[in-house]
Design a protein around this ligand. Structure first.
Ligand code: ZN
Length: 461
């Protein structure tokens, strides 16, 4: 994820993209998807908390990724490595020496900027974009968060919060390969937090200092790397559309030669058309044998693969699809957001999140039409039946049924089941579909099966 940020210059009238983002941010807070961290203390720049709906959305995204990348394949295994690793890892990976941005400070207002994205004036000098003040000379600023392991704060105890999850898969390569007797090609996958002390943070949760990654290191025979690079580009792009993201808002963008990181032979971004323009969702890189060689040299340990066909030790190449959980969550929220005008003869329109049922935080809301005549009791029993089958169901009896439907539309809940007067007579309920608002009558006994069948939906493994 090596994309560059842009600093906004001056206040312009709001454009449609900004207005849409303002609505998403507002909905995200109002419905408790995601909001500023530590708000009662004024918030903390670029730190966010996921509320009850957001945590479910994020869990579902991670589960879908894990299911398609690890659990539906013979050739990929999982890993959950420590966030703090030996400091030598980051020397070998190049992060201690090279993972930095050139920064300048304004001598007047003391604001800090990335020197590489400031634009010089027509006269050719660069001044503070905020106040016009004079800037210092650029200094290299390392993006890794530093801390100390143990009680003594000296150089020997300095450790870093990982800036990517990937390095653990290289460092643990030999152990994992040997334990599983894994044959090339094979992959090691991990989901976890990573940290970068970014100076430019922007677009809500899109670029922040603490984020979660879903990374796969897929090891292949040298020479097979281009074939697998193409395979993963295609596979990863399809993953997003299989979960409902609009295909016309997704694209692959190959990096130009001067954009490539020093270790990469080729890199593609899966990009999404965000309200502010195209931006990276995921990077797919051909990292060659760079990382394994670096760690072998630095540790003095053998990080090779024994090819029984040729009786030779080889250093595999690696293809890395690296996706952001937070970016995906934001993208799916934006993509799902729809404002619908009032239907003919009605006054009220609605806001609906057309989230794929697999991603929806709540799968089904169960509503008694009124709070009497035994309807709440029946509805609660139905909820329990869903829970017993691991389907996240939600009971709601407050306000009119119309308002309850609207609340679920806004939360992205694909189905509402309503218990009404007829339920006691013939053991049926209505099931309402979120997008079409179409209602059917089904048997209470079939409710779990009907919802579960629809949840399997069109998503491919
Ligand atoms: Zn300034």
């Amino acid at each position: 994820m090596a994309d560059k940020g842009k600093k906004k210059k001056s206040k312009k009238p709001p454009d449609p993209g900004e207005e849409l983002m303002a609505k998403i941010v507002s909905l995200a807070k109002r419905r408790s998807f995601v909001f500023q961290s530590s708000e009662i203390y004024g918030g903390l720049k670029s730190c966010y908390d996921y509320g009850p709906l957001g945590v479910e959305l994020k869990r579902n995204i991670k589960e879908e990724w894990w299911r398609s990348t690890v659990l539906s394949r013979e050739d990929v295994v999982g890993l959950d490595a420590s966030i703090i690793m030996h400091p030598k890892v980051w020397e070998a990976s190049g992060h201690v020496g090279g993972f930095s941005d050139p920064l300048v400070d304004c001598k007047e207002c003391k604001n800090r900027f990335r020197a590489d994205i400031l634009e010089p004036s027509p006269e050719g000098d660069t001044r503070c974009p905020d106040c016009g003040g004079e800037l210092t000379q650029p200094r290299q600023f390392n993006l890794m968060f530093r801390t100390h392991l143990g009680s003594v704060e000296d150089d020997a105890s300095t450790v870093y919060l990982r800036p990517e999850t990937a390095q653990a898969m290289f460092v643990d390569f030999a152990t994992v390969q040997a334990a599983g007797r894994l044959k090339l090609p094979f992959g090691i996958a991990q989901i976890g937090k990573a940290f970068r002390n970014e100076i430019v943070v922007e677009h809500f949760t899109y670029r922040s200092c603490e984020f979660e990654q879903m990374e796969l290191e897929y090891f292949v025979e040298p020479g097979a790397d281009e074939k697998w690079y193409d395979y993963w580009r295609k596979t990863r792009l399809e993953w997003y559309s299989s979960l409902g993201a609009r295909a016309e808002s997704l694209r692959l963008r190959d990096h130009t030669k001067d954009e490539l990181a020093h270790y990469a032979r080729a890199c593609t971004d899966v990009e999404y058309k965000y309200p502010w323009g195209w931006g990276e969702l995921e990077g797919i890189a051909n990292r060659t044998d760079y990382d394994l060689k670096q760690h072998a040299q630095s540790s003095g340990k053998r990080l090779t693969y024994f090819d029984t066909q040729t009786n030779k030790h080889i250093v595999p190449f690696v293809i890395e699809p690296s996706a952001g959980v937070d970016r995906s969550a934001l993208m799916f929220l934006i993509d799902a957001y729809h404002e619908e005008p009032p239907p003919e003869g009605k006054k009220e329109g609605r806001v609906v999140l057309r989230l794929h049922p697999r991603l929806a935080p709540i799968k089904v809301a169960v509503l008694p039409l009124v709070r009497k005549d035994g309807m709440p009791e029946i509805a609660r029993e139905i909820v329990k039946e869903f829970w017993r089958h691991s389907v996240n169901a939600f009971y709601d009896e407050k306000d009119s049924v119309g308002r309850r439907y609207r609340r679920q539309d806004e939360a992205g809940t694909p189905y509402c089941i309503t218990v009404d007067g007829q339920t006691k007579e013939d053991e049926t309920v209505t099931i309402r579909e979120r997008d079409s608002m179409k209602q059917d009558r089904i048997k209470v006994a079939e409710a779990v099966e009907v919802v579960r069948e629809r949840l399997v939906g069109p998503a491919k493994p």
